[in-house]
Structure formats: structure tokens, C-alpha cells
Design a protein around this ligand. Structure first.
Ligand code: ZN
Length: 92
């Protein structure tokens, strides 16, 4: 069963992934779009906000203040920095 066309209510919907197949290439895709790996700590509250059970798989990417998770199947994303601990050194 692959209900790709089924619309499910979720806060994890991403305009970035609309029309995009769920493929292993998602990580590559967002890298090509300029996302960079976010290696800071992510607070539990972030996953609670997303109601995401996949925090153990989460791999976060960051682009201009926009956080995109490509580890879980929901591909959570947010522009809210709450819960993301930014590095003090942002020189890049
Ligand atoms: Zn998620």
C-alpha cells in the first residue's frame, strides 16, 4: 500500500515535497537546493510540535532559517527556531 495521493492531515506537510516522490534522494535534493546539515541539538519540544515519532531518525537540514527534516518519513519542516539550539559561531 502506497497512498501517495491520499491527503492526510499533518503538520509535516511541506511545500518543498509536494509532488515529490518519497525517495531516498530527498536528502540529495534539499542539498542541491542549498540546505546544509544542521548539527546542533534539537529539543524534544520540536518533535512534540510535529507530533513526530521519528526523532531517532531525524536528520535536520537548515537553509536561511528554515529547518527541514529528511530523516523521518513525514519530512517535518519549520521556520521556527524554537527548540533548535543554534551554534554561537554562525560565521559562514
Ligand atoms: Zn518528523
Amino acid at each position: 500500500m502506497r497512498p501517495l495521493l491520499q491527503k492526510t492531515p499533518s503538520r509535516c506537510t511541506s511545500p518543498l515535497t509536494k509532488g515529490t516522490k518519497l525517495t531516498m534522494n530527498f536528502e540529495k535534493e534539499i542539498k542541491e537546493q542549498g540546505y546544509r546539515r544542521y548539527r546542533g541539538a534539537v529539543d524534544r519540544s520540536v518533535y512534540e510540535y510535529f507530533n513526530c515519532d521519528w526523532s531517532w531518525k531525524a536528520i535536520w537540514y537548515l537553509k536561511k532559517g528554515h529547518y527541514q527534516c529528511c530523516g523521518c518519513k513525514e519530512k517535518c519542516e519549520t521556520s521556527d527556531p524554537d527548540g533548535f539550539q543554534l551554534f554561537l559561531d554562525l560565521g559562514e
